[in-house]
Design a protein around this ligand. Structure first.
Ligand code: C2O
Ligand code: CU
Ligand code: CU
Length: 511
């Protein structure tokens, strides 16, 4: 491949400033050996599909979108027709786009053979429209959530959340992006959708010999694949026509963690995390994304000089065997960028992107602890718990007073197992990781954060509005196998003066 020295993929994989916390003294793993990768190299010879911007109509003061979830067939791998599920197409879904202040209304039509839900990941909205496990859409039924967009510009996403089956629904292809725009966005960021501003939805798959998705799984982190797809296709390239390219990266994998960078180690600017713009662009050579995390990056391209988005090994893990088992030694190309021989120039990136409030908490803030830990079920299989409990649809774990800011302390209790932590309805700020201030890439708005083994991450989270003494929001590990097997809990946001919380163990309303 012109201009690319493949050796660079195997060297220069030094520590990248990503948080590796103290894993307990006396436990340090042996110096890492040459990384092994189970992901075969492949040609990048298929044009990257750009999910369509969902058409919408404005009526009765709301912007209306329609999503229809249905089965189809997709050539994730060229020449192989794979049964998949998609929204308005055979796989993935259109990109929904709305502005802050707009009211949106979505019709979700379930044409799947089983019950699904439609969750708006990262969105601040009323609990009854959140699309979690308490808002099932039966086969043949429609669901019509509506809410007013009330949060900064961000790259959010949507996916199903049926109780115990989220992994399967997401794995089969039900994933789309939801972009929010606002008037505060600075001038000068690339923002022509599909041209200099592209969604890059990354997921890994494995196949049975007849080309179906292989859903058989060891009970660990969930369906690690040997085929990497971007926007639903393996081996894709993007023809770039501009010197600056904004990539909205989404890790839509059910279990894989990606440590992304470029084949020639060129730096890129990270401009946004899960919930919106960072204060200023941050120059990085790697960005690590665990399942559900997003990063917006801007990379500078040279005319006629292709480069590859590459996933590097995860540098540090407390145990070499598990490091390999979890895919953290894998090293592989993700997407090729092919700049035209002539590129449109672009203005330099703005020096200031956003003003973020200090990640501070009131001195009397409520502190809650969430201990994430693997367990085993009656058959000796792994299951996953928070505070020693499995998810129970009929148990509300706690209530949060509307308007309060709390400190949530998330503790990775396992010695070698990864987790991450996602909270519905609110974007949070990381206060510290193993006692250290977060690195710049984790200092902005987040809704999902990776939890290294034996590490505590403290976040400040504000619950603003939408008090509802009935419908809960979820918090969970977004490694979907863990979520499905128990690593999830529920809380309500309760307004002052709302009826007192009902007795624990009462039955939840169930659509
Ligand atoms: Cu992507 Cu419960 O969320
Ligand atoms: Cu979510
Ligand atoms: Cu987990």
């Amino acid at each position: 491949m012109p201009g690319i020295d493949r050796r660079t993929f195997l060297v220069g994989i030094g520590a990248t400033g990503l948080l590796v916390a103290a894993c307990g003294t006396g436990e340090s793993p042996p110096a890492s050996t040459t990384p092994t990768s189970r992901i075969p190299a492949r040609p990048f010879d298929r044009r990257l599909p750009i999910p369509q911007l969902a058409p919408s109509t404005v009526e009765g003061g709301a912007r209306h979108f329609s999503l229809r979830a249905a089965p189809g067939q997709t050539e994730i791998v060229a020449g192989t027709r794979t049964p998949t599920w998609g929204y308005n197409g055979s796989m993935l879904g259109p990109t929904l786009r709305a502005r802050r202040g707009e009211t949106v209304a979505v019709t979700v039509d379930n044409q799947l053979p089983e019950t699904t839900t439609s969750h708006w990941h990262g969105m601040h909205l009323p609990a009854r429209f959140d699309g979690g496990p308490h808002q099932p859409i039966e086969p043949g039924a429609q669901w019509r959530p509506t809410w007013t967009i009330d949060q900064p510009a961000a790259s959010l996403w949507y996916h199903p959340h049926p109780h115990g089956a989220t992994l399967r629904h997401v794995y089969r292809g039900l994933t789309g992006m939801f972009l929010i725009d606002d008037d505060q966005e600075p001038q000068g960021l690339p923002n022509t959708y599909g041209v200099d501003d592209i969604p890059v939805i990354i997921a890994d798959y494995k196949f049975t010999p007849d080309g179906a998705l292989d859903e058989s799984d060891p009970d660990d982190i969930g369906l690690l694949g040997d085929t990497i797809a971007t926007n639903g296709l393996a081996g894709a390239y993007f023809d770039a026509s501009t010197r600056q390219l904004r990539m909205r990266l989404l890790n839509a994998s059910v279990g894989r963690v990606y440590n992304l960078g470029f084949s020639d180690d060129r730096p890129f600017a990270m401009i946004a995390s899960d919930g919106g713009l960072l204060e200023k662009p941050v120059s990085l050579t790697r960005i690590q994304l665990s399942p559900a995390e997003r990063a917006e990056i801007v990379v500078q391209l040279n005319p006629g000089e292709p480069i590859l988005l590459h996933a590097f090994p995860i540098d540090k893990w407390p145990d070499e065997t598990f490091r390999e088992r979890f895919g953290y030694t894998d090293s592989f190309d993700v997407l090729e960028l092919r700049p035209d021989p002539q590129l449109r120039d672009a203005a330099p990136l703005p020096a200031v992107l956003a003003t973020l409030p200090a990640a501070a908490v009131p001195a009397d803030a409520t502190r809650r602890e969430f201990r994430l830990q693997r367990g085993t079920d009656a058959n000796g299989k792994n299951n996953f718990k928070i505070n020693d409990q499995l998810m129970d649809m009929n148990r509300i774990d706690f209530d949060v007073p509307e308007g309060s800011t709390e400190i949530w302390e998330v503790v990775g209790r396992d010695r070698v197992w990864p987790h991450n932590f996602h909270v519905h309805n609110a974007q949070f700020r990381v206060l510290d990781i193993a006692g250290q201030a977060p690195p710049p890439e984790l200092a902005g708005w987040k809704d999902t954060v990776f939890i290294y083994p034996q590490t505590t991450v403290r976040v400040a989270v504000r619950f603003n509005g939408y008090g509802d003494s009935v419908n809960p929001f979820m918090y969970h590990c977004h490694l979907l196998f863990h979520e499905d097997t128990g690593m999830m809990g529920q809380f309500r946001v309760v307004a002052p003066g709302q009826p007192p919380p009902s007795v624990p163990g009462h039955s939840m309303p169930h659509g």
